[in-house]
Design a protein around this ligand. Structure first.
Ligand SMILES: [Fe+2]
Length: 187
């Protein structure tokens, strides 16, 4: 099951460690959604082709493309440099959708107050990172993850490093979050 926590502010130690605050501060999934717009779904990773939640999600959102990626020390030449490049704060013009089949890793996303929220993803976790949100990825100390990627139409994986505040997707994301904030607080 996915876990989410506020990261500490140290930058000098290994990015693959947990980096909890002291004391640790955890968030639940509704809080994660409210603060960032990140969505979470639990999928049967062993039988994902038969999983009804995934099938419904793909149909509803039009995820027409999918492929598989494996990241490990063996698979990636110049592993240390790759880890650093994944960890560069960036955004995309489209959603980033990942379903973990094996292994684990961390997606870090920025909340509205510039905190890093660390999302630990493991087998069966599917997360949708909205277009326009600043985020980054790292493997953890197990150094292994196998995941499926989904996309609407022809995939565009281009990362736009921060600052990319003038991009339309960034403005749309901030607008959407502001509207959603008002909506959620009305209830
Ligand atoms: Fe990304």
């Amino acid at each position: 099951m996915v876990r989410v926590w506020l990261m500490d502010n140290t930058t000098d130690s290994d990015q693959r460690l947990e980096h909890h605050r002291n004391p640790p501060v955890f968030l639940d999934l509704p809080e994660l959604f409210k603060k960032t717009g990140v969505e979470y779904f639990q999928i049967n990773a062993d039988k994902y082709t038969e999983d009804s939640v995934l099938a419904e999600l793909r149909a509803k959102r039009g995820y027409t493309y999918d492929d598989e990626i494996t990241c490990s020390e063996k698979c990636l030449p110049d592993y240390a440099a790759k880890l650093k490049s994944f960890y560069q704060e960036h955004l995309h013009t489209d959603e980033e959708i990942r379903l973990v089949l094996e292994g684990s890793g961390y997606f870090d996303v920025r909340d509205g107050e510039e905190n890093w929220l660390r999302i630990k993803v493991e087998k069966g976790d599917l997360i949708v990172i909205p277009a326009g949100i600043y985020h980054r990825f790292t493997l953890d100390t197990n150094n292994y993850i196998k995941a499926r990627r989904y996309f609407v139409g022809e995939p565009v994986w281009t990362p736009h490093n921060r600052p990319s505040d003038d991009m339309e997707c960034r403005k749309a994301y901030l607008q959407h979050q502001a509207e959603q904030f008002v909506q959620l607080n009305k209830v």
